[in-house]
Design a protein around this ligand. Structure first.
Ligand SMILES: [Zn+2]
Length: 339
């Protein structure tokens, strides 16, 4: 058992199989400014250049000791390829969607020709190939991408999306199905390019934005369709206190779910999903990793391990101004836990 490499250990832990120790890595945004300075692979260039993208991802393994490499660093690649306008951000600010191709309606809904050659998709696929080669089957390669619900809301604008969810079910259903289709195509391309696992943050599913009833009735079926059609294991990440939707998240067909520290009762969450999915998380990204001391990070990490987390990871995307030493502390906490 102890001769498992990092990739084998992570894949087993995700499926809930027995491992010698819980893997420690990030399934959410992983790049930080200190690593950009060390490697010279900095945002915003590293969002579009395959070599820089791969180099920055590899540094979180090489320098911080995280047991996986993850790219890219935003939730806008597919949205942009489908016609959204994107502000590429700065060295410590992520890209964001600023313009929506279907804000006036779905009359002209059309999948771009050659979706996989649009925008930054070729660069991300190339980065997956580089990472697969560089890690040589020893370290898991994790691709990140926006989920179908967040993509749908980016395509029409989140206000329009919420409005349609109540007043125009035809448009709402059409944009959701359209986005789901695109996510399936893109995710399978990421897998073909070398991603061992795909991590799917879908923040618009959060109970902060959509009701648990809407999640169950409208969003879950799309997530199920998505998960069933993709050839590698996927992780579903939803932000905020998702306690109310955890049982439904566990039914979406993803192998694992990633949750924040806002879910107060991690052990209770584990019990609810037992036998269905595993749990990644939930060291606080803003309060411990960004603002806390290494001691605080270790305290949170050990709490998560004691509660039975399957993969020790940040609860949400790592803030770019987070210190290397705090990510290293998360790894040390895992090591100390098994001494
Ligand atoms: Zn999140």
């Amino acid at each position: 058992m102890s001769d498992l490499n990092m990739k084998e250990r992570f894949l087993k832990a995700l499926k809930g199989e027995e491992v010698d120790k819980v893997p420690v890595l990030s399934v959410t945004q992983t790049a930080i400014v200190e690593l950009m300075d060390k490697t010279g692979a900095a945002w915003p260039a590293a969002h579009s250049d395959a070599k820089l993208m791969a180099e920055l991802a590899y540094a979180s393994y090489e320098v911080c000791g995280l047991e996986g490499v993850r790219a890219p660093y935003c939730l806008t690649v597919l949205a942009q390829a489908m016609g959204c306008e994107v502000n590429m951000g700065t060295k410590n600010r992520q890209p964001s969607v600023t313009g929506h191709p279907y804000q006036d309606g779905i009359a002209n809904l059309k999948m771009p020709d050659n979706l996989l050659s649009q925008g930054r998709i070729p660069a991300v696929l190339e980065a997956m190939k580089i990472l697969k080669e560089k890690t040589d089957g020893k370290v898991p390669v994790i691709a990140g991408m926006e989920g179908p619900i967040t993509l749908a809301s980016d395509l029409c604008g989140v206000k329009k999306f919420m409005k349609w969810s109540i007043k125009d079910k035809a448009s709402y259903n059409a944009i959701l199905d359209f986005a789901t289709e695109a996510c399936i195509t893109y995710a399978n391309a990421l897998a073909d390019a070398g991603a061992d696992v795909i991590s799917v943050p879908d923040p618009v599913c959060s109970p902060d934005l959509m009701s648990p009833d809407a999640f169950k009735a409208d969003l879950k079926p799309r997530l199920q369709k998505f998960a069933a059609a993709v050839k590698v294991p996927m992780i579903l990440h939803i932000c905020g206190d998702v306690t109310a939707i955890i049982p439904d998240m566990a039914d979406c067909g993803f192998v694992s779910i990633s949750i924040e520290e806002k879910v107060k009762d991690l052990a209770g969450a584990k019990a609810k999903v037992a036998g269905k999915v595993t749990i990644c998380g939930n060291v606080s990204s803003p309060f411990s990793l960004l603002q806390g001391t290494p001691e605080k990070v270790k305290e949170d990490a050990k709490k998560a391990l004691e509660a039975g987390v399957d993969v020790l990871a940040p609860g949400c995307g790592i803030a770019p101004d987070t210190k290397i030493s705090n990510l290293q502390a998360m790894v040390e906490a895992r090591n100390e836990f098994y001494k």
